[in-house]
Design a protein around this ligand. Structure first.
Ligand code: GA4
Length: 323
């Protein structure tokens, strides 16, 4: 008789039955292995017992909700997103539409305090909420990356987190607001409210949403799977830069958000990125005669330029393949 595994993660050869949920309070070496398995199989997992205080999450959520509740003319004062600031029904510079509104901010504290003036009537309160949240999720992001370094048996286990902790890190934060559908019966599935299919360019993304569904991830076999929302958890996404550094062993996950709810969806993402002048290339530990380098070295600024010159859904990492 085959006894089903109690863990949502199965061994690499069996088909996984659910999205991996990893309890960060468990034994360190066990978590490191689970994280690597989840990233190999899905490029995605959820974490519980993550240690980011509820109060810090709640404050940013409230700030986001009160900003998006403002009249459009007020919100426009924080826009247009170029790429930072308030954006509405657009994504990037190449005509990608997104039926959502958002705030995109650089995580640099000076940039946040400058922008806060156009975002909140109490800019100090807003900057504090954003900075506290960034500090909490950055710590979580670095902890997960160090666990990945351990699970991959890298010589330099902090090679990923060091880029995020760098004072010049190009990490960004985004708050997405997907408006409520006024009348679900009138909702047209051909014109969904959402954010189209893409992978994130950075190293790692940490997402938290309210209890409104919408996020979907694409499995390796092409199947789209809805990710049930849980405000107490964080979702973790492998980004393109991590795929390149691990020479394709961990693959960035394609995902999208499609909502059709009578309640608005609010999601907050931290995109952990290297400094602009950092070089990204497959780590020596990940390259061997059997597994030659799949990507040529590139700087983060070069990758970002490529991302912004292409469409949201384009497979930009292909441009950096060795053959
Ligand atoms: C996708 C992930 C993040 O939301 C983001 C997005 C960025 C933007 O909205 O300005 C991009 C998109 C994202 C990838 C391709 C380019 C850049 C819009 C776009 C069409 C903030 C990011 O870093 O890359």
């Amino acid at each position: 008789m085959v006894v089903p595994s109690p863990s949502p993660i199965r061994s690499k050869k069996t088909k996984a039955v659910g999205i991996p949920v990893i309890d960060l309070s468990l034994n360190r070496s066990a978590i490191a292995e689970l994280i690597v398995n989840a990233c190999e199989d899905y490029g995605f997992f959820k974490v519980v017992n993550h240690g980011v205080p509820k109060e810090i999450i709640g404050r940013l959520e409230e700030e986001g909700l009160s900003f998006f509740a403002k009249p459009s003319s007020e919100k426009q004062k924080a826009g247009p997103a170029s790429p930072f600031g308030y954006g509405c029904k657009n994504i990037g510079f190449n005509g990608d539409r997104g039926e959502l509104e958002y705030l995109l901010l650089h995580t640099n504290p000076v940039s946040i305090s400058e922008r806060s003036k156009a975002i909140s009537n109490d800019p100090t309160e807003f900057s504090c909420a954003v900075n506290d949240y960034i500090q909490g999720v950055r710590e979580l992001c670095c902890e997960i990356l160090d666990l990945m370094g351990e699970g991959l048996w890298l010589q330099d286990k902090m090679v990923f987190s060091r880029m995020i902790r760098d004072v010049h890190s190009d990490s960004v934060i985004r708050v997405n607001h997907y408006p409520a559908v006024k009348d679900v019966k009138e909702w047209d599935p051909c014109d969904p409210i959402g954010f189209g299919e893409h992978s994130d360019p950075q190293i790692l993304t940490i997402l938290r949403s309210n209890d409104v569904p919408g996020l979907q991830i694409r499995l390796r076999d092409g199947l789209w799977v809805p990710v049930p929302p849980d405000p107490t958890e964080f979702c973790v996404f492998v980004g393109d830069a991590l795929e390149a550094m691990t020479n394709g062993r961990l693959m960035s996950v394609r995902h999208r958000a499609l909502t059709s709810s009578v309640k608005a969806r609010l999601s907050m993402m931290y995109f952990g990125a290297p400094p602009l002048n950092a070089w990204i290339s497959p780590l020596p530990d990940m390259v061997s005669p059997q597994k030659p380098s799949l990507f040529r070295p590139f700087s983060w600024v070069e990758y970002k330029k490529a991302a912004y010159s292409l469409r949201l859904g384009d497979r930009r990492l292909d441009l950096f393949k060795t053959n």
